[in-house]
Design a protein around this ligand. Sequence first.
Ligand SMILES: [Zn+2]
Length: 200
Amino acid sequence: MAIDGEKIIHAVMEGSRIRESKGIIPLFGVYLSIFSTRYYNQLSFNFQKQIHPSREVEAERLLIKAAQECGYATFQGVRNSWEWDEIVKPMIESKEDQIMGFAAVAVAFGWGDLVVKQLIPDEKLVIRVNDSYEAKGFLDLHEVTKTGKCFMLRGVTAAFMDLLYGDGYPEGCFTFSAAEPLCRAKGDPYCEFIARKSSY
Ligand SMILES: [Zn+2]
């Protein structure tokens, strides 16, 4: 059976109606909250601005690293949850199907309309996103730029591969790293993330 993304999205939408008193949403083994993307973008872009221009690349690297660790821990929680066992696991036929499940959950989390374009086991993952909130947020505030600005999705793409092909949790993080050769913030029609084995 192929992974039914609609079914996963529907389950997350239903489950997200349950809130704790502080607004926390306990779902898929992790704690979620509704968060303004504009606020997150502001924090992220200001972080880069506050760092000396000569260290901009380093600032981006830190943001991507934070996203990868976040994605790695979050989706480890997701795939060990009872909701995963109940809703997603029955649809999984191969190890690689997990990535399709992860992507559907990420869509439901509101991280973008992730589409897996290519998956070569243990080698390469290509994810395409049309509506990255980071690219949109960047373009709302700035002119078209020369480098990709979707640090969250870049880290998350690599984290998906880490979880499947890296060493057992928590040793496998950063086995892969991702690039963003196409980004709407650069004027491209969509953002595309490519994860490959890390060279460091
Ligand atoms: Zn982008």
